[in-house]
Design a protein around this ligand. Sequence first.
Ligand SMILES: [Zn+2]
Length: 370
Amino acid sequence: MGRRGLLAAMAALLAGAAGAGPVLSVARGRTRLVLPLAHRAPWRLSAALDPPRLLLDLPEAPKGWPARQPGRGLVARLEQRRHDGGHRLAILLARPVALPVTRVSRHGLTIELAPGPASGFAPIADGRSLAAAAAQPRRTLPLVVLDPGHGGKDPGAIGVRGTQEKRITLAAALELKRQLEARGGCRVLLTRSRDVFIPLGQRIELARQREAALFLSLHADSAPGARGASVYTLSETATDRFSAALARRENAADQRGGLRLPSVPPEVQRILLSLMRQETRSGSEQLARLAVAALGGEVPLLPHTHRRAGFVVLKAPDVPSALVEMGFLSHPGDEAALNRPEHRRKLATALAETVTAYLATRRTTLAMLG
Ligand SMILES: [Zn+2]
């Protein structure tokens, strides 16, 4: 059982215990329906007219879902009953919707609804399958999300000779991606592969939505007198004032962008969140330990190399995350090194080893649990 499978199993257990059924939420004119389903549960979604409704067919009745449930937003109400040897949830619509967007995640099946014209709804309401999941989804390699810090209008730290942090982080992330892909064993996605501004919340959401196995944010800091690489994991209370100040500087990137962070989805139950956080925290700590060990063999380190601070970009509750400060642009020696491709290759080699070792140990832990 993979980590996601484990979390989905916990979610299903908790949902069963709490009798949790479908959860509706409304934001910006759209309606989101989250249906707690077992991770590999097959389903099929279709639409019908008179009255306009979406139909979700399942092989059996999900535990704890109420027979009828009042609606919100674009959903008038939910009704479920036995149908054709299986089970059917009717999502009665308050008004016609555009083609629904479906997404399977650890929460179950999410159906996103946006208003649409009646003339657009009629053609899809003919019983055809709009989306479906078979019982056995194909196995895919774990996804590693690399996050080159800053970008666009946010240059990050500026070196003594004018080096912009955003350029160093992108060059290092591209090199790390290249090395990881050459090793195989994982898929790699960058939060940005160009010089663009991406809000911190969006970087996290990308990793969460794609169910990343891990999230690694790359930075190069600035602080008087300091040099060497360091690794950070999330803490509500920073280990020292230096770390707290660093987190404030990095988090300020979002204010510069003038954008707010998305809030944690309300449908996530508190208890599940706390279990996920525990699991995520232990993963993040392990990731950081491996990174410190691997980097130590390759590049100079900042004393007390593993630190904890309140970085926004490390706050995904369900994706183990670490932030690597690859060195200090404020130190002439570090700045010169970070500008050299050969030095960035060494950093990337150490971090590729970190990722490979992390994915291998997590596989072993989960094999023991599962
Ligand atoms: Zn930075």
